[in-house]
Design a protein. Structure first.
Length: 213
């Protein structure tokens, strides 16, 4: 590890925002943690490359958003995601290839990173993407052609495994990246059993559970 003036270099952490969010929202949510860890860690935020359409977005206001777009009104901000769900049964996702290519460029141009953080208060995509990134770096996956070394740690909240048959190979071998998994036992977005299933895919994992989401 590179050291300067006799002190250990700061940890560099890649931060992946959640579904329907962006880097600015995620940075705002983590502002207290960023300030508290300013002496030991640098947090790097990036925007997911996929711009979601109203019919891709979760929530009670889907119809309202769709009607606004049809009438020519613009959304108040760009809504982003690392992928979106094309089919639930069987699971098929779209846009993940684009996100993998984007993250490869981030690793090449802005790396190296010590760890990855995917956390978003009950949303799931960021935690999933953190796991995907770990798996691809460990397997030297050709789809993630970045030359980046394996990550030293991952912090994953409300994550779960991809069931899309094109991506299940990522979990065929136990993942070596040390990981912290956080989830709510009563999370209504992602059932706790799914988060536990993802944790078990990591050989060196620690869990932190709460009652809430």
């Amino acid at each position: 590890m590179v050291v300067t003036t006799g002190e250990q270099a700061k940890l560099r952490i890649l931060c992946l925002h959640g579904y329907e969010q962006d880097s600015s929202i995620f940075r705002t949510k983590l502002r207290q943690h960023i300030a508290g860890l300013a002496d030991v860690a640098e947090f790097v935020f990036v925007d997911a490359p996929n711009v979601l359409q109203p019919y891709d977005i979760d929530g009670m206001d889907n119809l309202k958003r769709a009607a606004a777009v049809r009438s020519g009104e613009s959304l108040d901000r760009t809504i982003r995601g690392w992928y979106w769900l094309k089919s639930a049964a069987p699971e098929q996702v779209c846009g993940l290839e684009t996100s993998v290519e984007f993250l490869a460029s981030v690793l090449r141009d802005n790396g190296p990173f010590d760890g990855v953080l995917g956390f978003s208060q009950g949303k799931f995509v960021c935690g999933l993407m953190a796991a995907v990134l770990c798996a691809m770096l460990e397997n030297r996956d050709s789809a993630l052609d970045s030359g980046h070394p394996e990550l030293k740690f991952a912090i994953i909240a409300s994550g779960y495994k991809l069931d899309d048959s094109r991506w299940t190979y990522l979990y065929e071998q136990p993942l070596r990246t040390p990981s912290l998994h956080m989830y709510g036992v009563l999370d209504t977005m992602i059932h706790v059993s799914k988060s536990i299933d993802l944790r078990r895919a990591f050989a060196h994992s620690v869990e932190l559970s709460t009652l809430g989401a």
